[in-house]
Design a binder for this molecule. Sequence first.
Ligand code: AGP
Length: 618
Amino acid sequence: MCGIVGYAGRNAAAPVLIESLKKLEYRGYDSAGITVLGSGIETYKAVGKIINLESETPKNLGGTVGIGHTRWATHGRPSTENAHPHNSGGNPEKISIVHNGIIENYMALKERLIGEGYVFKSETDTEVIAHLLHKHIYGRPDGKEAQCELLAGLREALKEIEGSYALAILSADEPGKLVLARKDSPLVIGLGRGENFAGSDVTAFLNYTRDVIFVNDFETVVLSPVGVEIFDREGNLREKKIEKIEWDFEAAEKAGYEHFMLKEIHEQVSAIHDTLVGKVSELEGAIHLNELNLSEDEIKKLSRVQILACGTSWHAGLLGKYLFEQLAGIHCDIDICSEYRYRNPVMNDGTLAIAITQSGETADTLAAVREIMSYNCPTLAITNVVGSTITREANSVLYTRAGPEIGVAATKTFSTQLTLLYLLAVKFALVRGKLSPDYVKSFITELRKVPGEIQQILNQKEAIKECAENFARSNSYFFLGRHLNYPIALEGALKLKEISYVHAEGFAAGELKHGPIALLDEGTPVVAIATRGQTYDKMLSNIKEVKARDAYVIAVADSKDTEIGKYADIVLRVPQSNELLAPLLSVVVLQLLAYYTALARDCSIDKPRNLAKSVTVE
Ligand code: AGP
């Protein structure tokens, strides 16, 4: 996710930048850095919290213009080399840049720039922008004479960049100002007196000003102590509305959402999109998972996948099991890590272990990984935290690009874990000849639609809220699903119990009559996930069984389903989608149901009692 800040004023820039970065620390905190324009470009960086950067920065650093960054690693582990700002120009540096977003075509640009003589010091996608910009302004790596102004050079460089960015840039040859640009990553300007500010969100400068301008996609900004100029894509000066921020700091940190959990549920739209960036090619019907470290031959020879995870990550893994078996024809086992450690597993040749953990620090998962690695089994980690313990232990790592998740209840990390499992299963199926490139092409098209479909669900969240409020006083909830919807039923129940403290159970719907149905009573809310698919008719039968016991059925169904309304009491709709991908939509409904139930019960949603974000003890 990352946070960027900028300052142009009459005071020393460094303390203002560091204070602003502290306010953005919730956006990322694995490393941080600043550049101030003093006698030239002066950059300071540190790994870890902003406080480390503060001790690294000289106390009386001159310069009243500067930029800063707090990092949530996406490309390259947390280190001072990978921390922003990234500079270009050599000795002395000419350009300094901070970036929030992902540059999708950075590998191609990097190769080209290396060929032209640029030397890269980091593994980041951002450094490409610094050198590309330098190239447009100074012509070559050792060029010292500017051939155009920073803003003009930036406009040219942006034409070559694919991906998302909020950028703040300093040029040694244009002191007294900074230049900014935005596409698909947030950027806001704060207006002061004799000083102006920039940030990824308003929390960065709320202590200084409440007058702000929100920058739109494709706009560029020139920020100086005395003014702010904003230009459109064609370079025309724009008149922008100044808005007054009434939020207090806490509300601003949550971008106006009442809780981090609600914010993170909404962020699934961008998190899934970001997780797909660079990994799918619709044109070729190909999936690129270079981090996997498995050759096509090794994928063909796999005889088994062993998934290891806990809690919500285990639910993602369970869905993964269905996908690996159904799509790729690979036998797949899944274990809860705390059980796996003590059950003396029997190992087969050709097993790939996949450990799923959003934090990368869960003690049981780490122990299970060590156990399976003691059998020389190759291990792939799926995690959200670059540099976490699991990334140092597993043989290879795939990152969910969800950004920091602050709410204890996992939401966007779950849906991005699922996204990677879809990619893995489809990739394996393609390599093993179980799916054709044509099928994969249409699957990728469908997968790319998911963020937009999630947005449609979010736009109708009032119906889910109303439903949650109706049942907020129920003592017990049941969640039913079959096939791919079974893990989603388990996840829906876990979300509800975690944050609203209501007793909730998830069942494979077919199991109901083998015992749990005895628990059903008049009015018991039963959430039935009944999106169209191979088990839809069976699910309708289960709904009828439930209705016959006078329970209250809340169905999650497709928007075009006209039948379900005959049997269910309430129908919560998701957009009609590919049967395989429907879980990514249904889970959003269940997350919102849990959220609004907890809200109605006045629970501590972001920090539920007795729970921790990462469970680092056995
Ligand atoms: C999810 O909402 C929970 N907080 C919990 O079940 C969590 O998924 C589990 O502790 C595993 O965490 P991990 O993904 O960080 O390993």
